[in-house]
Ligand binder design. Structure first.
Ligand SMILES: NC(=O)c1ccc[n+]([C@@H]2O[C@H](COP(=O)([O-])OP(=O)(O)OC[C@H]3O[C@@H](n4cnc5c(N)ncnc54)[C@H](OP(=O)(O)O)[C@@H]3O)[C@@H](O)[C@H]2O)c1
Length: 182
């Protein structure tokens, strides 16, 4: 929770904790990209500069907030819907403003800031995270980026929905975890 606004993490995580390899996702899973789109649609997303560089451009119908210590050097292509900031505080403030405005405009039902990676961003944001959209990928691929070792004891799995497995895609489960009330 940040300033009264729910904070959620969204990540696809392999059995060995891998989330990335060579600046990309180590699997081909269109169903998870659709899930990601559905979950984040309308919301503000906070991402690290390297994750931003994996995208083809700003994801539409949401605010793309890019964290970089050299925010002024981040190439946003002048596109709408992208903002580069140098601090977590600035990222959270921009996200909370967007969420409140989106609720007021009727674009979303309830405010929810989306933390979409990568590794260090999940780690540093974890104390604020109330909800975790975790796609479990039934693979143990080689990789160079891992989901950080967070404490999930305070979380309960609310839903776990097995995805339909297409030819060439790994088995996967869409989970929603919630932090238990203190
Ligand atoms: N499976 C998934 O769900 C998932 C999700 C996201 C990403 N990924 C994968 O993960 C990889 C990219 O993630 P990554 O962990 O390597 O990098 P990242 O977190 O996306 O970006 C790291 C960069 O973010 C900036 N940054 C981090 N902490 C900051 C802070 N506290 N203040 C200001 N700036 C900060 C820095 O940028 P500067 O160097 O510019 O200062 C840092 O170099 C890719 O392979 C991607 O495909 C997977």
């Amino acid at each position: 929770m940040h300033d009264g606004v729910r904070v959620s993490a969204v990540a696809a995580v392999a059995e060995n904790g891998v989330i990335g390899a060579h600046g990309d996702l180590p699997w081909h899973l269109p169903a998870d990209l659709r899930w990601f789109k559905r979950v984040t649609r309308g919301h503000a997303m906070i991402m690290g500069r390297k994750t931003w560089q994996t995208l083809p451009g700003p994801l539409p119908k949401r605010l793309n907030i890019v964290l970089s210590r050299r925010a002024h050097e981040v190439d946003t292509g002048g596109a709408e819907g992208v903002v580069a900031v140098a601090t977590l505080e600035a990222a959270l403030a921009a996200a909370a403003d967007w969420e409140r405005a989106a609720v007021a405009a009727g674009r979303i039902e309830s405010p929810e800031i989306m933390i979409v990676g990568g590794s260090g961003i999940y780690a540093v944001m974890w104390p604020w995270v109330d909800r975790f959209y975790r796609t479990r990928i039934a693979l143990a691929p080689a990789g160079d980026t891992y989901f950080p070792p967070v404490d999930l004891d305070d979380f309960a799995v609310m839903t776990a929905t097995p995805g339909v497995v297409a030819v060439g895609s790994p088995a996967h489960v869409f989970e929603v975890l919630e932090r238990r009330p203190a």
